[in-house]
Design a protein around this ligand. Structure first.
Ligand code: T3D
Length: 256
């Protein structure tokens, strides 16, 4: 079986990490395949949103610790340069929204790849671990960038230094993730949210994502100027025209 399962349904790309015996830990092959699928998502006009989840009982246990040294794998520098950093930049730079559906434990790189997505939801039995310090490493995949911005410096610092597991419910309460769904409803509820994204205006999604990316480092003045520029682009689109007509006609919009 391939380590990544990929399908397109109703404008949504569904990507499933598929190494369930290892809790979907990342080896080089799975990382490169995921990158390849994200490139395909970027290039395909048919795809409007991406759903990323794990097969089996975990989302991802991070780096495959049996493939970590230069002798059996690409080594730490190789994985970061060739796989992890490109994965994070590819998710952030994609003009389409990516929803991470954390179906179980998300540890190390697995946690931070989920957290760099546009929306993160988890099943009630899901959890997040900045497992790096427990094996003498530091958070990568943007963990030291996104975590303090998501939950504040103090909590980010404690989680990164202690490497403690945080439940999905606590992750939601800290603002690390958006929503938690009961296990039995998780797949249906998270997919429904992703299908909602896939039906939105592509231009609106792309501009919102880019504006939020920029807000991480912009001043208020710069951000207001950016909103002005992007709002004019959005307002000039056929999607905006359709949105208004649909609202006034009391019907759902059909964005093309
Ligand atoms: O090297 C570089 O490129 C640097 C980059 C590093 C990025 C990173 O991600 S570093 C962090 C790596 N990840 C970890 O340290 C997490 C290791 N795993 C765990 O701590 C635990 O497995 C979990 C807390 C995630 C889950 O615990 P539990 O009790 O639910 O499951 P388990 O029994 O520990 O794991 C189930 C199986 O998956 C088990 O295999 P077995 O014994 O049934 O044959 C276990 O060995 C395997 N597994 C879990 N995590 C990994 C793994 N195999 C390889 N690599 C893993 N990361």
């Amino acid at each position: 079986m391939p380590s990544i399962l990929f399908e397109i349904k109703d404008r949504l790309a569904i990507i499933r990490l598929n190494r369930p015996d290892k809790l979907n830990a990342f080896n080089r092959e799975m990382g490169l395949l995921l990158l390849n699928k994200l490139e395909l998502c970027s290039a395909s006009p048919e795809i409007k949103a991406i759903y990323l989840t794990g097969m089996g009982k975990g989302f991802s246990a991070g780096q495959d610790l049996t493939e970590v040294t230069d002798s059996v794998g690409p080594g730490v520098a190789g994985m970061l340069t060739e796989v992890y950093n490109p994965l994070v930049t590819s998710i952030r730079n994609l003009t389409k929204p990516v929803l991470a559906a954390v179906n179980g434990v998300a540890a190390g790189a697995g946690a931070n790849i989920a957290l760099c997505c546009d929306i993160v939801v988890a099943s009630l039995s899901g959890s997040f671990i900045q497992a790096f310090s427990k094996i003498g490493l530091i958070p990568d995949c943007g963990g030291t960038y996104f975590l303090p911005r998501l939950i504040g410096w103090q909590k980010a610092s404690a989680l990164a230094l202690l490497g403690e597991k945080i439940s999905a419910t606590d992750a939601q309460q800290t603002g690390m993730i958006y929503k938690v769904f009961p296990d039995e409803q998780f797949e249906a509820a998270s997919l429904e949210m992703a299908y909602t994204l896939s039906k939105m205006s592509s231009l609106s999604m792309a501009l919102i994502k880019d504006a939020l990316n920029n807000s991480l480092n912009n001043s208020l003045d710069a951000q207001l100027a950016l909103e002005n520029e992007y709002q004019q682009k959005a307002a000039g689109s056929s999607d905006f025209k359709e949105g208004i007509e649909a609202f006034l006609g009391k019907r759902p919009p059909q964005f093309i």
